[in-house]
Design a protein around this ligand. Structure first.
Ligand SMILES: NC(=O)c1ccc[n+]([C@@H]2O[C@H](COP(=O)([O-])OP(=O)(O)OC[C@H]3O[C@@H](n4cnc5c(N)ncnc54)[C@H](OP(=O)(O)O)[C@@H]3O)[C@@H](O)[C@H]2O)c1
Length: 248
């Protein structure tokens, strides 16, 4: 399971008005589209779709569109959003038990009713998707949703892109529970690339082992899978950042 966020160097994914166009640059957008092309389903929070009206399709690289999954416990998804109207790819609209769904939705939209009130538990969401054969999943935002999936231990690889911009105040990006001792902080295995002005850090949070295989706040002791995630092709304008360029 993959997750991604593009955030400012001070940890925000949008301004305080919700303006998120764009935090990161073109190369990171291309990387995001490549991630979409690798998965069966892309999952977003309804708050994100309401703010961005993102199409969630693969356009910057060749590839098939994933199923678009919108998690909407309170029914805040606008009816004219692209995911409900454009027919570009299938949309799974997962709604809370009290949400009134309008008649006459487009054929590409399937409504799934969640049985419980409140936030949708990440592992249950993944079970729901797996039951539909959607096993390769990218959680694309926003900050609250990605953080919930990371906190639940549901994410194998997290691609966190940081852009050299200071937003100062806005929508928080990744937030995980704190620790008293720095030594207890989550410090997963990671590798980095420069993408234009941005830096992508790929965190290996799990190795794809079944639930219970993870060792608490760290990564599993088993070697990370190499088959999931983006490995840049040789001809891409991407290079590994040398963490010690001076040899110091
Ligand atoms: N830079 C980026 O990479 C990026 C990516 C995506 C979005 N954005 C920006 O981020 C902003 C939205 O982010 P956000 O953090 O405020 O919202 P968010 O993560 O999109 O909000 C969570 C949404 O998912 C629903 N949800 C369902 N289950 C959940 C769970 N287990 N945990 C948390 N939420 C759950 C929430 O419903 P309830 O509200 O009913 O709880 C809410 O609609 C927008 O301004 C968007 O433009 C930026």
């Amino acid at each position: 399971m993959l997750a991604q966020l593009g955030q400012s160097i001070d940890g925000f994914i949008a301004s305080r008005t919700g303006d998120a166009e764009y935090v990161t640059g073109d190369a990171d957008r291309e990387h995001l589209h490549r991630l979409r092309a690798l998965v069966d389903a892309v999952v977003v929070g309804a708050a994100t779709v309401a703010a961005d009206d993102a199409r969630l399709t693969v356009r910057a690289v060749p590839g098939d569109n994933p199923v678009r999954v919108v998690l909407d416990p309170r029914g805040v998804l606008p009816q004219d959003t692209a995911t409900l109207t454009d027919g570009a790819a299938a949309t799974l609209w997962v709604v809370g038990p009290e949400v009134e769904v309008p008649d006459g939705l487009a054929d590409h939209v399937e409504v799934v009713r969640w049985e419980d009130d409140g936030p949708m538990a990440p592992h249950q969401v993944l079970d729901l998707l797996a039951a539909r054969g959607l096993t390769r999943v990218l959680v694309e935002g926003g900050g609250r949703l990605v953080s919930a999936f990371v906190e639940a231990g549901a994410v194998d690889r997290l691609f966190l892109t940081t852009a050299p911009v200071l937003i100062g105040d806005g929508v928080p990006g990744l937030r995980v529970g704190g620790t008293d001792r720095l030594a207890d902080a989550l410090r997963p295995a990671a590798r980095r690339w420069v993408l234009g002005e941005d830096v992508v850090t790929e965190f290996v949070l799990r190795d794809g082992a079944p639930e219970g295989g993870a060792t608490g706040r760290g990564v599993t002791s088993r070697p990370p899978l190499r088959s999931v995630g983006h490995v840049p092709a040789e001809d891409e304008q991407v290079h590994v950042v040398d963490p010690d360029p001076q040899g110091a």
